[in-house]
Design a protein around this ligand. Structure first.
Ligand code: PEP
Ligand code: MG
Length: 556
């Protein structure tokens, strides 16, 4: 990528935070002359012995660094110490030595392992950086050079590298490393792991990062993944300061959910089981807005008994005995198949028998679950609301509402299908509350599979059409005087959360990690600003324009 002085480079944002300062490019390559001068032993046994000595020395150095490191840094260094002495790797070097001189044999063995790790994908694929780092270090030992490494900055700097290996990142000092930028690597690379641990703003996978020069000034935004070259210094310092203040506000937010003028917007947690509920209960949330019950039974082939279900639900309800929990009945099917509930062989499962529809030909499944939820509510004393997923008609809402109320619980339905948003006012004649599942509502509004990465621009929750359906649903709630929440991913976006509040949404339910950022952002804006931002977003042509228009109103 060609970069001008004022170009912004972009990559994968890993650790949020804004940093401004000079670049320090870390080159971890070996001196090519030293490598060229090296004469490997002709005898294969002697060459293997030289490899053993070098690998042992590299491993020992990793172990020594691990001893003085902490947390995940120590873990990654210990893992590298083991990898340097790996028997399989040594075996590959030995085999290659029958055909090749030592450095080529080592290189081929490493590449062979890189291929294996890459084919395994995921975390293993990210470990290829460690393999290449081990090769550089072993070769350095063989040719009599010092092991390559990252220079220690003598002034606070933005460290830029192709990728950083465990040994490089483990010794980083947050006092002098303002931010980390790497050309390669993904969100689970060691660079990312260590940056997260140290709290250093970090962007990885930045095409063209090595085109930056040591000494040039950059502004790194670890939340959005941009590196601006040659920013205006005053402007940059202001952004750094604003980010610092915002991060402090997020860290110190303790709830409850309120806009700056005191308007209440409940901030709730999404949970999957007892342990996640316990964890969420420690946070500043007023309750659980979505307990996804199907996630408790994903691997099960037989329907759990009412007694077992009661126990599982009680474990999630108990931590919130002083607050309230919205339990969602089984949303099995489509992207969450459950052997004992879902229909096999559907042509189009996203539009098939999923969620509440499973009760059409198997009403006992829903009845038994409602019995178990009612028993768990009684046992724990937790205020329990129950809602159904994938509700399409008013009759479905009425039948479900009756079944829930019969058991003495508060009844609601999810708004995930455009038909239920359009008829929200009539749904609310049948139930006590609505909860908008923006993930599915976007999928069905835009006719775009929520799992399809190449349709992500369509399944963006900032789509004005989605916002329009939220507006219709919230308005129905306001007229009926009943709560309408959002429990899809949209609620976890701090800016969008403000827009949803402006549309009239009364509660936002989200993953634990989003609670503080959303709560802190809501606290900075008035209801009027939220309404203005909502109006601007609704009028926008596309998601990017909607986001930009809302940001202008909310962030100034
Ligand atoms: C949704 O669709 O927004 C929702 C909350 O349900 P799920 O993501 O579990 O389908
Ligand atoms: Mg859904």
């Amino acid at each position: 990528m060609v970069t001008d002085q004022h170009d912004a480079l972009t990559g994968t944002p890993v650790v949020p935070g804004v940093a401004h300062g000079p670049v320090l490019v870390a080159r971890t390559d070996l001196d090519p002359d030293a490598v060229a001068r090296y004469r490997a032993p002709d005898d294969a046994d002697e060459a293997l012995a030289a490899y053993d000595d070098a690998a042992a020395a590299v491993s020992k150095a990793f172990t020594a660094r691990a001893a003085s490191a902490h947390g995940s840094a120590a873990g990654v260094l210990t893992a590298s110490a083991g990898l340097a002495k790996d028997k399989g790797l040594r075996g590959a070097v030995k085999t290659n030595l029958a055909q090749q001189p030592l450095l080529d044999a080592v290189h081929a063995a490493i590449e062979q392992f890189v291929g294996v790790f890459e084919s395994m994908g995921g975390l293993m694929a990210e470990r290829t950086t460690d393999l290449r780092d081990i090769e550089r270090r072993v070769v350095a030992r063989l040719v009599g050079e010092p092991e390559p490494g990252v220079p220690v900055p003598d002034a606070p700097s933005v460290l830029v590298a192709e990728d950083l290996a465990p040994a490089d990142t483990a010794g980083l000092d947050p006092a002098v490393v303002l931010a980390l930028v790497t050309e390669r690597g993904g969100p689970t690379s060691h660079t990312a792991i260590i940056a997260r641990q140290l709290g250093i703003p970090c962007v990885v996978g930045v095409a063209g990062a090595l085109g930056l020069s040591s000494g040039e000034q950059v502004l790194v935004d670890g939340a959005v993944g941009t590196i601006e070259r040659g920013p205006d210094p005053d402007d940059a310092e202001q952004r750094v300061e604003r980010d610092r203040v915002e991060r402090e506000a997020v860290a110190s937010w303790t709830g409850p959910g309120r806009l700056s003028d005191g308007t209440a917007v409940k901030v709730l947690a999404n949970v999957a089981d007892g342990p996640s509920s316990e964890k969420s209960a420690d946070g500043p949330v007023e309750g659980v807005g979505l307990f996804r019950t199907e996630l408790c039974f994903l691997g099960r082939t037989e329907e759990p008994s009412v007694e077992e279900q009661t126990e599982v639900y009680a474990a999630a309800l108990r931590p919130f005995a002083d607050r309230y929990v919205v339990v969602r009945t089984l949303d099995a099917g489509s992207d969450k198949p459950i052997a004992f509930a879902t229909h096999d062989g559907e042509e189009n499962p996203a539009l098939g028998v999923r969620g509440l529809r499973l009760s059409f030909d198997n009403p006992g499944l829903l009845d038994r679950q409602l019995d178990a939820i009612a028993a768990a509510a009684k046992e724990t004393g937790t205020e329990t609301w129950v809602m159904a997923p994938m509700v399409a008609t008013v009759q479905e809402a009425a039948a479900f509402g009756e079944a829930v109320r019969e058991r003495g619980l508060k009844a609601g339905v999810m708004v995930e299908i455009p038909s239920s948003a359009l008829l929200a006012h009539r749904m609310l004649e049948a139930v006590d509350f609505l909860s908008i599942g923006t993930n599915d509502l976007t999928q069905y509004t835009m006719a775009a599979d929520r799992m399809a990465t190449d349709l992500a621009h369509l399944t963006d929750p900032w789509q004005p059409a989605l916002l329009q359906l939220v507006a219709i649903t919230a308005e129905a709630g306001r007229t009926a005087g009943k709560p309408v929440g959002v429990c899809g991913e949209a609620a976890a976006d701090p800016l969008l959360a403000c827009v949803l509040a402006g549309l009239g949404i009364t509660s936002l339910s989200m993953a634990a990690a989003a609670v503080k950022p959303v709560g802190a952002r809501l606290a900075t804006v008035t209801h009027q600003q939220c309404e203005d931002a909502a109006e601007a977003a609704l009028a926008a042509a596309d998601p990017a324009a909607a986001r930009a228009a809302a940001a202008e109103v909310l962030l100034g």
